[in-house]
Design a binder for this molecule. Structure first.
Ligand SMILES: [Zn+2]
Length: 62
């Protein structure tokens, strides 16, 4: 097994972990219902993507 030649110093380890942060997902506005959605995904609110209805909600029959 390959082994690291040198131990990583505390400073280097801490510097690396200090720069680790969560990034927000790429939110865009739905062109149809203006809800915040992830880019390149079908809008959960209205089911539209690329001008077409992808998710057709079932209508309740009464
Ligand atoms: Zn939408």
């Amino acid at each position: 097994m390959a082994e690291p030649k040198r131990k990583i110093s505390k400073q280097r380890k801490h510097t690396r972990s200090a720069n680790w942060k969560l990034s927000m997902p790429n939110l865009v506005e739905c062109p149809k219902c203006h809800a915040k959605i992830l880019s390149h995904t079908v809008c959960k609110a209205c089911g539209y993507y690329d001008g077409r209805e992808i998710i057709v909600k079932k209508e309740k029959k009464k």
